[in-house]
Design a protein around this ligand. Structure first.
Ligand SMILES: [Mg+2]
Length: 206
């Protein structure tokens, strides 16, 4: 058979993974909590594993707006830009990345998206060629609404085969759309699998 036809047929079968960024490809919350919050609040007796809700503002005795202001500042900081992805995840991309198409899908306030887009392209740009976002609401900022959340985006997009995220509601919603979805374990969810464990499963079941 013609080589071009073979390549075309192969590409038709390539499946698409939709990746959450914060607390999946990066460790934003852990990094913020341990690098910013704990040093500036030495009386805080919590550790990262105690952050059993997200946002954790009530656990930290903060108003939601104040918590988001701190987190958004961190999102745009050099420290956040210097976060390193998990080596095991990079190794997975190097070995299996080209067998899939990849889209990053983040829910963030718009003024923090360019920083994380740069971060994703720096570490994963060989494979992740599309970065999408759902603007998170912030006071006094109007953004047009195309999708109310990630699940609506996934429904509109219509080509996702796999979805990886740390938010239980989005995972449940994606499952209802028929997308094979994996919840990454974090203190605020009941996930049991780390991202490297999920990638192992995904590769075996692809
Ligand atoms: Mg996330």
């Amino acid at each position: 058979m013609d080589r071009v036809v073979l390549i075309y047929r192969y590409k038709l079968k390539v499946k698409t993974i939709i990746w959450d960024i914060d607390d999946v490809l990066n460790d934003l919350m852990k990094s913020w909590f341990e690098n910013i919050w704990l040093p500036s609040n030495p009386g805080c007796r919590l550790s990262y594993k105690n952050l059993t809700s997200n946002p954790p503002n009530e656990l930290l005795n903060l108003q939601k707006e104040d918590y988001f202001k701190l987190l958004d500042e961190y999102r745009n900081s050099n420290k956040a830009n210097n976060m390193k992805p998990d080596e095991k995840v990079i190794k997975w991309f190097e070995k299996y990345g080209e067998n899939f198409r990849h889209i990053a899908l983040t829910a963030r306030p718009t003024h923090t998206v360019s920083a994380v887009a740069e971060w994703v392209l720096c570490y994963f740009g060989k494979w992740i060629r599309t970065i999408s976002f759902i603007p998170s609401g912030r006071p006094n900022i109007y953004m047009p609404t195309y999708d109310k959340g990630k699940v609506e985006y996934l429904k509109w997009f219509g080509k996702a085969d796999f979805f990886i995220d740390d938010k239980t509601e989005d995972i449940e919603g994606a499952k209802k759309l028929g997308i094979k979805s994996y919840l990454v374990a974090q203190p605020w969810n009941n996930g049991k699998l780390t991202l490297p464990m999920i990638l192992d499963l995904l590769t075996k079941n692809e």
